[in-house]
Write a protein that binds this ligand. Structure first.
Ligand SMILES: [Zn+2]
Ligand SMILES: [Zn+2]
Length: 342
């Protein structure tokens, strides 16, 4: 079969499909590394190396990537790509497609500045390819050292990088400034307030002491959602139901009190789309719906291909009968920003 996408696109698509199919990241790294290695080279140089079989002499290009490049350079659909399209290219869910089509962006993702696997610009390019108008970059906050949370200094530097990325885009898509800020034990947020004020969107999440007793956890979460800078309550129970990090039960708290606090403070409840989270659980999702909460359907992607996970959350929101207008990322960018900074 013929293929005219070129070798970089083939390698990126392979990596995307592996991530979307939840394959191990070490498999993905080889292809993303090879794409990054040949991207700056003149196409004639890549074609010449492909023709004389010397691609693997380029730093970052291994044998399986070289095969993909050789086939793409010859204008053939790379076998590896064809196989992955069959394996991982189909729809992820039976439902949720209509709501997914109504989403204009994603409010929660990570780059390799914290615990994500890819550079900021790769996350942005993939979001563009998925049809988004905006993507909020929400790397972790300082206390989450295991995830290389960003110090105030690093976050300030990241804001400059985001400006530079946007300068290179045509304005149809915007990379927005955000954070996934840790909710500390007393409900305060783990970043300087003047810095939080410079961001477009702040997702606040509990990542520590998940087993705190219910009364204390309720106070902690209510305080966090009432914080004037908080826009989204991330993965509210913290449960893990499957996957290579193991499983754990959700935190215990007075969900009605927390969701009522969300309504009062105009904070959205996140529908976290990651298959190992499915957070909130269905009963809590329905409670938040009945209490009158706003929602944000987020991928919480740690790799570009995981940006496609949003449809899992869309399927759950559709099943729960949630009105799309109560989902803040169906809103145009201006409305979203007015809500988040009003
Ligand atoms: Zn999180
Ligand atoms: Zn996250």
């Amino acid at each position: 079969m013929s293929y005219d996408g070129g070798p970089v696109a083939a390698l990126r698509r392979i990596a995307f499909l592996l991530e979307r199919g939840r394959e191990d990241t070490y498999k993905v790294k080889a292809f993303r590394g090879a794409a990054a290695a040949i991207l700056p080279l003149p196409p004639e140089q890549v074609a010449a190396a492909a023709a004389d079989g010397t691609l693997t002499r380029l730093p970052g290009v291994g044998a399986s990537s070289a095969k993909v490049i050789e086939q793409a350079v010859r204008g053939e659909l790379p076998e590896r790509l064809a196989a992955l399209e069959r394996e991982h290219g189909g729809p992820l869910t039976g439902g949720g497609a209509d709501l997914r089509a109504a989403l204009r962006g994603d409010l929660h993702c990570h780059s390799d500045w914290s615990d994500g696997g890819s550079p900021i610009e790769e996350m942005a390019f993939t979001a563009i390819e998925l049809g988004h108008d905006y993507l909020v970059l929400t790397d972790h906050s300082p206390r989450l050292t295991v995830a290389r949370g960003l110090s105030p200094e690093r976050l300030r530097r990241q804001l400059g990088v985001i400006d530079a990325v946007n300068d290179h885009l045509d304005g149809g898509f915007t990379l927005l400034k955000g954070i996934e800020v840790d909710i500390l034990d007393d409900g305060s947020l783990d970043q300087d307030d003047d810095l939080l004020a410079q961001l477009d969107i702040r997702v606040a999440s509990v990542h520590s002491k998940l087993k705190m007793d219910a009364a204390a956890m309720t106070r902690r979460m209510v305080a966090a959602v009432h914080h004037p800078r908080t826009n989204v309550l991330g993965h509210c129970t913290g449960r893990l139901i499957t996957g290579n990090r193991g499983t754990r039960p959700g935190s215990q708290f007075d969900a009605r009190a927390v969701f009522e606090a969300c309504v009062e403070s105009n904070t959205a409840v996140e529908i976290n789309s990651r298959p190992e989270r499915r957070d909130p659980p269905t009963k809590l999702l329905e409670l938040a719906r009945d209490v009158g909460c706003l929602f944000s359907i987020d991928s919480d992607a740690h790799a570009p291909g995981q940006l496609d996970f949003q449809v899992y959350g869309c399927e759950r929101a559709e099943d729960a009968g949630i009105d799309p207008d109560r989902i803040v990322n169906t809103w145009p960018r201006e409305r979203l920003l007015a809500w988040a900074n009003g």
